[in-house]
Design a protein around this ligand. Structure first.
Ligand SMILES: [Zn+2]
Ligand SMILES: [Zn+2]
Length: 724
């Protein structure tokens, strides 16, 4: 038997596995996901490694093959299934093995605090000197913590005992904390499912019963009762003894959804996310690992929850960009959820009111099963009006608010109903410019203009760089400096000037940086302690305010003007989502202000017409050969000096040239990234479109392997959400 062992498995740069012979007396105890001691390198030092595979043969010559010295763990620190998931991610995203493993092994798992060293029963033939025997017997009496003094002082002896097979790591006996509040009697729903909901639920249940990997796209307009379908599917799976992973885009913005699920499913619900205190996270991790038939709710990281007997995965708001990681490793949790469903051979539900173009395309082609919820349960959809801001200016209105929006706000305030104003840009003004010499105030670390904040400073929204605002041009010292454009702070100031008696709240990342601040603002607004809520895309998601009947979109063009092939899809999704906040219980209105009133993403969003939007957008994607008609990889090279980054990308280009004869592959670039510098790193990129997924995977991995220019780092972004 041969074990494939990864040494330094916690190092993101590690990408190799080594074959080791498994001596027969370890054949029963060795397992994928357990740690072992092995000899490593020419000096044969003893190191710890993680078993990531077991096989029967090896290409290494017999006399060069080293043996596993000891199996350290009583239980594997990561399941075989999760190692398999890590290997799938490594392959698909062209990651190093260390990066992929870091996703499935939370830091506390390999940290020493949660392990004890325990002694195994004495075997007659193990001859020990008295010292060693003494140590062994004391551990046999009472297991010791790995970071205890005894262990630290006797390192070598401990290893000796491990090599004799007398010791092992065991999880400390943590009592899993039970949340007593969650043991309240479960709430029964007081209504029956609609016909559409029933149909969707039945499809899910039969997919679950039949087993097998299958994608179910649950396309339901806002307020059509998707959550109820999720809950009943979860209940069904749990009754059958299976666990469920339920992914949501962001925990702090979905408290209502979580409360709802908890009230129905009770203490089977585990919340799991990376922002939890590490003790709580450990608690959820242990519970997920040890309990039967649980449901784990959380954002991106929940996809890695170590549940056993997984029977169903649900991804709510599958189109949300927050599922994609913007930092390395650049995974998309929706794709990873699909990999995990495939490994477990189970169905996955992808839910959305505005499905991603790719997923809807697959549903149209019959690759995914489509369930549709067309009707809003209580009320009709809000009425949406588009205001052409060019016309406003021509007719003499230079304010950021159209006349229609102002009069509607006034009406609402009179009626005592609430207003939500959406602007996807925080701060006061996004641009500060010198009118003497034309200089635009720029971040010194990024090629990004600085945003003026009312508190008297300029800030870069990419790297966080901050400087005092002195109102003097940095180039020519002129005082003739002006701010252009509006952020949420300016909207707040102006709205307060128009409506002096209105109570106004603002929700953006500046007002929600403190713990629980988001929840506080949401609560205040729900309890009608404010009339108007101004905010960025944070306010677009999931929130439910019964008295909110007017939504104003201040500038629908921000996303639309991004130089990116998904900009229309994002615009449509965001407008639909924010519009869906209006009139959830009473008739509502939405006003969209734009300079592009004819753009189809805005027109179809105003008509709540996803299908027509999709029909237009998919034509464009086909013509331009963008996903789903191709697989896109963005190869980005970054370095602290411009010429190094340039050399790096030229190196990538040279490697790509080897695939010149490859058909169905198109190379764009090299060129500067649209945002050329971020945090003092210069950025060049090459965009490659592939016709086939297999081709994309093999070429991306080859480029990763062959890239060896050490002065600039290569980032491989598979299926990027944007190419900025
Ligand atoms: Zn100037
Ligand atoms: Zn910056």
């Amino acid at each position: 038997m041969i074990a494939q062992v990864c040494i330094n498995y916690q190092d993101a740069n590690v990408d190799k596995v080594f074959d080791y012979l498994v001596p027969t007396h370890f054949e029963n105890s060795i397992e994928i996901g357990k740690r072992v001691y092995v000899n490593f390198g020419v000096s044969n030092r003893i190191v710890e490694g993680l078993v990531v595979g077991i096989k029967q043969t090896t290409d290494i010559e017999e006399n060069k093959l080293k043996s596993v010295l000891a199996v350290i763990d009583k239980f594997s620190i990561v399941s075989k299934e999760q190692i398999e998931l890590a290997l799938s991610m490594k392959n698909y995203y062209a990651l190093n093995l260390g990066e992929a493993l870091s996703l499935v092994i939370p830091p506390f798992v390999s940290s020493k605090q949660i392990y004890n060293i325990c002694a195994k029963k004495h075997e007659e033939n193990s001859n020990m000197d008295d010292d060693l025997k003494k140590l062994y017997e004391s551990i046999l009496k009472k297991p010791v913590s790995i970071n205890s003094k005894l262990v630290k002082e006797n390192k070598e002896k401990i290893i000796k005992l491990f090599l004799k097979g007398l010791l092992e790591f065991d999880l400390k006996n943590f009592a899993i904390k039970e949340d007593s509040e969650k043991n309240l009697p479960l709430v029964e729903p007081n209504y029956n499912l609609t016909e559409e909901q029933n149909k969707a639920l039945n499809s899910i249940i039969s997919a679950f019963d039949e087993g097998g990997y299958r994608n179910i796209l649950l396309f339901g307009v806002t307020g059509s009762g998707k959550t109820e379908v999720y809950i009943r599917a979860i209940q069904y799976a749990i009754e059958k003894g299976k666990s469920v992973i339920f992914m949501v885009p962001e925990i702090s913005l979905t408290p209502q959804m979580i409360e709802n699920v908890q009230s129905r499913i009770g203490n089977k619900v585990l919340v799991y996310h990376s922002k939890m205190k590490s003790i709580d996270r450990l608690n959820s991790w242990l519970a997920a690992r040890n309990k039967e038939a649980v449901v784990v709710i959380g954002p991106r990281s929940a996809v890695f929850a170590p549940v056993k007997n997984l029977g169903l995965i649900i991804v709510d708001e599958e189109h949300e960009p927050s599922y994609k990681s913007e930092k390395s490793p650049r995974i998309n949790a929706v794709e990873v959820a699909q990999m995990r469903a495939k490994i477990n051979n189970i169905p996955i539900i992808l839910g959305s009111a505005t499905p991603s173009i790719e997923h809807y395309f697959y549903a149209q082609k019959g690759r995914y099963f489509l369930c549709t919820l067309k009707n809003r349960i209580n009320k009709n959809l809000p009425e949406v009006l588009i205001v052409d801001m060019k016309k406003e200016i021509l007719e003499g209105n230079k304010s950021i608010f159209s006349r229609l929006l102002l009069s509607e706000i006034e009406n609402n305030l009179k009626k005592g109903e609430q207003v939500l104003l959406f602007l996807n840009r925080r701060g006061y003004s996004p641009i500060v410019i010198c009118r003497e010499c034309g200089y635009v105030f720029m971040c010194k670390n990024c090629s990004i203009s600085l945003t003026y904040h009312k508190e008297g400073y300029l800030r870069c929204h990419y790297c966080g760089y901050k400087e005092e605002y002195r109102g003097v041009c940095a180039k020519c010292n002129s005082k003739y400096v002006r701010q252009y454009g509006s952020g949420t702070q300016k909207i707040e100031e102006e709205i307060k000037a128009y409506f002096k008696d209105a109570r106004v709240l603002r929700m953006d990342s500046d007002t929600t940086s403190k713990k629980d601040a988001t929840e506080q603002i949401v609560k205040k607004f729900r309890e009608k302690e404010a009339d108007i809520l101004i905010g960025t895309q944070m306010i677009a998601k999931g929130l439910h305010f019964p008295d909110l009947t007017l939504v104003g979109v201040i500038d629908a063009d921000i996303l639309l003007n991004m130089p990116d092939f998904r900009s229309r899809e994002r615009t449509f999704q965001l407008l639909t989502q924010v519009a869906g906040r209006s009139g959830r219980e009473k008739p509502g209105r939405v006003i969209i202000q734009t300079f592009n009133p004819e753009d189809y993403s805005i027109v179809f969003a105003s008509k709540h017409d996803y299908e027509s939007f999709y029909a237009q957008e998919i034509k464009l994607r086909k013509m331009m050969e963008y996903p789903p008609y191709s697989y896109v990889v963005n190869f980005i090279v970054v370095a602290s000096e411009q010429n190094l980054a340039k050399k790096g990308i030229e190196h990538v280009y040279t490697i790509l040239k080897d695939f010149e004869n490859e058909t169905d592959m198109k190379v764009y670039g090299p060129s500067e990234n649209p945002i050329f510098k971020i945090e003092n790193q210069y950025r060049y990129h090459i965009l490659v479109k592939f016709k086939r997924a297999g081709q994309m995977i093999s070429i991306a991995n080859l480029i990763k392997e062959r890239y060896n220019y050490n002065n600039a780092s290569l980032i491989i972004d598979v299926n990027p959400l944007d190419t900025l």
